[in-house]
Write a protein that binds this ligand. Sequence first.
Ligand SMILES: Cc1ncc(COP(=O)(O)O)c(C=O)c1O
Length: 425
Amino acid sequence: MDEFQFHEGRLFCEQIPAADLAARFGTPLYVYSQATFVAHYERIVAAFAPVEPLICYSIKSCPNVHLCRLLAERGSGFDVVSGGELYRALQAGADPRKIVFAGVGKTDAEVVEALRAGIGLFNIESRSELGVMEELLAQLDRRAEGALRVNPDVDAGTHHYTTTGRKETKFGVDIDQAVEVFEQHRGARRLRLCGIHLHIGSPVFDVAAYARGIERGVALIDDLRRRGFELDTIDIGGGFGAHYRGAESPPAAEYAAAVLPALRSRGLRVILEPGRAIAGNAGIILTRVVHVKQSGTKRFVIVDASMNELIRPALYDAYHFVWPVEAGVLTPPHRRPEQPFDGLQPADVVGPVCESGDFLARARLLPEVRRGDLLAVFTAGAYAMSMASQYNSRPRAAEVLVDRADARLIRRRETYSDLVAAERV
Ligand SMILES: Cc1ncc(COP(=O)(O)O)c(C=O)c1O
């Protein structure tokens, strides 16, 4: 499925040896495969083709403007949650009518920017926001369309930091209050509430939970239609999985099969907001071993990537497969080398940041690695660079896009001067 493959013990991104990329661009380095990125997008388009959806790539997952442009050129829209993301989408050549704007705390200035840009849909997260939207639209003498974000109260089995579809989260309104919110808005002249928005969490590997959330959303639409509301849109959010360990994420076709019958029979305009499923497996981080050290019974492989480049392990205890780029004969037979096979030793792969939470992998069986060796951290296309920080004053890493035998720098490595640039006031 993805274009990061080992050939005779050497990792390649498409046609380029990963080691060559590290030599040319330095480490730590984000490397993206264009073919993988585009293929994952196209799989979702194909899977949901019967409802001709508008796919709005969730920019927060991997916001590089060059990657976003690849999708804009293929007709994708964008899911944004800030003025900055709106700016990125427009920079990437997005059609503003294909932009949807979610977020519990959109500022008035951000809303005005989005209205001026002519975006297609506001995903409204509270009664308060509905009122403010009406006021701002009146001030600007405009009209707009919105979808009410509802929490269908489905447990999607996601980490509690990425669970969004339960009651008592800060997102959206509880599904049992949705009718009341629609009723309060009845007769409002400026913002047409044309549908509902759902996003139950991320990543959702349980297709049945995903389907349950959407069935509840569709049932709400039926109810609202019976009450005389003219609804034509359902935005079913994102949350499709990516492969972190092996091939654990259901394919797009499986998510689609579970929800298409309910969507088709209602004749709704369907919007999807996938991020991770497009970008996750399309990127890796290349990192070099700085030191190997033993501390009591523990072996630490200290690398030049850290929680700065990938905070997911620290934040969510997330698993990312890590393996040497040039492991010779020890090519991973599968992506779960917890089961010992010859020549492996347990190790924690950690970064140089001054936090004990700065780890990329813990208690993993790895081949012998030495100072100077290269490691690859897989499934680092989504929520890696987009969550990167400069903590410990470490300049952010470069990003490279590989297209077959070509590699192109799409974000330069930051410099020390970048660290203080905004402080020169
Ligand atoms: C409203 C909304 N839509 C879409 C997404 C994208 O989720 P994913 O990258 O898992 O597809 C998120 C993620 O947080 C979200 O909050």
